[in-house]
Design a protein around this ligand. Structure first.
Ligand SMILES: [Zn+2]
Length: 496
């Protein structure tokens, strides 16, 4: 038995000005790892590709890892990057195999293709029309027909924050291996509903996604090989952004169809619960200060979420609206993670640890797609620490995977410690703070450029959380995004 394993992961925010060349998929190298280097990078981690590697080795299969390419969310994937990654995968398939196992995201938009994953699968099918293809997808998949029609098995995450990525790889991979052993006959049904669940309302700890994902697990317990409800990624101005479902039954297409429709109907009935109500920033700031003033001695920080500028949804991570409000309000005992500003890091490195510097911090990236220009903020402080910005995630999200913030420095204003980074990393892991010498549990406030993922590694520390409306290409205001290409009508833009 010979398997081709590969990873191609990118969530594309079509409003993001952050470019996505091949190097963004390569963590410090020229191109993403392949073969033994890819196995070494991912074996034993909490990723879906790690699950595929483990399953292949456990089954005694011959396997090759064509490429392992994952990048933080950003703007349209450059055509050259897509062609390189898809080309490596197709070349491996062309050598012949019994099955293909793919660790994909499901919301990749390239300069040419609205549906990057569908295009990859179309090309694989042209080479290998009948070979089983098992796919692990992120819960933020925007599902296109080509993805469902060319896959044999699809499994999506059941959690957001995504802490079951490895298990999702196991579900997809096991179904394909069972098929190869004549122990299963996957029958896939898929569908969509015209709705754009808001990211701030998608957490799987919260209703209604908690109940929807619980129903997926029940359907699997009732005999489905994989049952997945995708909440979709709305910061993508494409035709089929939004909610979808895929159910793979064992040999019963009609049952797969019934289960899939049931999931879609449950989600549609709960659509109003996926709508997010935005609180004005001034109210959020006042609420945060009241919460901090009233918190008992020894309790954890009040978390201020800068949810409009979340790099794990394609944010530039350099908008200064919320951090500016924190500085203006004189909040004390704050750690802010993080501001993306490679030039400011270089200025701090040149000045040296202990030096006082005044920087035009952040705001370097214009956001023409939403009509905003970058606005730096003058900040004076002492350079408290300089480091290489690399750390391994402790988990539960991305356990064991390398995070790389690039050259990193901490600017200390006396009241606020600002982590300034050179590559985009979302704060979902305690190690993001310990890597820069900050103990978040001792702070009065944490400012996090995150929406839901921070909950994975940091929520247990928090005394309270306040969702703050800053600015950026992850804005929670659909009207500010100007969605022009999404199919209409679509809820909640249209009242259906
Ligand atoms: Zn996701």
């Amino acid at each position: 038995m010979k398997l081709v394993i590969a990873q191609m992961k990118h969530e594309t925010n079509t409003f993001s000005p952050v470019p996505t060349p091949l190097s963004r998929f390569a963590t410090g190298a020229d191109s993403p790892p392949e073969g033994a280097a890819a196995v070494a990078a991912y074996r034993g981690t909490g990723s879906a590709i790690a699950a595929f590697i483990e399953l292949a080795e456990g089954a005694g299969a011959e396997y090759t890892v064509a490429i392992a390419a994952a990048a933080h969310p950003s703007g349209l994937v450059h055509d050259a990057a897509f062609e390189h990654i898809a080309g490596r995968i197709c070349a491996a398939v062309a050598l012949g195999c019994d099955a293909v196992l793919l660790d994909l995201h499901g919301a990749m938009v390239t300069q040419t293709y609205e549906d990057g994953e569908g295009e990859l699968l179309r090309r694989i099918r042209a080479i290998a029309p009948t070979v089983p293809i098992g796919v692990a997808l992120d819960m933020h998949t925007n599902l296109y027909a080509a993805m469902a029609e060319h896959s044999t098995v699809i499994a999506g995450y059941h959690t957001y924050p995504h802490v079951d990525v490895y298990e999702t790889g196991l579900r997809a991979g096991r179904a394909v291996l069972a098929m190869l052993a004549d122990r299963a006959r996957p029958a896939l049904a898929w569908g969509r509903r015209p709705m754009l669940p808001h990211v701030m309302r998608q957490g799987s700890d919260d209703s209604p996604n908690r109940e929807l994902q619980a129903r997926c697990r029940e359907i699997e317990a009732e005999g489905a090989l994989c049952a997945s409800l995708f909440v979709g990624f709305p910061n993508a101005d494409i035709e089929y952004a939004g909610l979808s479902a895929v159910v793979v039954s064992d040999g019963d297409p009609a049952q797969a169809r019934r289960w899939c429709d049931e999931l879609l109907d449950l989600a549609w009935a709960a659509r109003a619960q996926f709508v997010y109500q935005i609180e004005p920033l001034a109210e959020s700031m006042a609420r945060a200060q009241a919460l901090a003033a009233a918190k008992p001695e020894g309790s954890g920080p009040v978390v201020l979420l800068d949810h409009s500028d979340n790099c794990a949804s394609g944010g530039t991570m350099d908008t200064m609206t919320l951090l500016g409000a924190i500085l203006d309000a004189g909040l004390d005992g704050v750690a802010a993670f993080a501001v993306f500003d490679p030039a400011a890091v270089q200025q701090m490195i040149a000045a040296g640890v202990g030096s006082e510097v005044t920087l035009a911090l952040g705001g370097k990236l214009d956001m023409p797609a939403i009509g905003l220009a970058g606005q730096p903020r003058s900040v004076t402080g002492r350079v408290r620490r300089i480091c290489d910005g690399r750390y391994r995630n402790q988990g539960p999200m991305g356990r064991g995977e390398l995070s790389d913030m690039g050259p990193t420095a901490v600017l200390d204003t006396g009241r606020v410690q600002i982590v300034v980074i050179s590559d985009h990393v979302e704060p979902h892991d305690l190690a993001a703070f310990t890597a820069v010498g900050i103990a978040p549990e001792r702070m009065n406030y944490l400012m996090l450029k995150s929406r839901i993922h921070w909950r994975a590694g940091l929520r247990s520390l928090a005394h309270a959380v306040v969702e703050c409306m800053g600015t950026g290409v992850c804005t929670s205001d659909y009207a500010a995004l100007g969605l022009h290409h999404v199919r209409r009508p679509v809820y909640p833009i249209d009242a259906i």
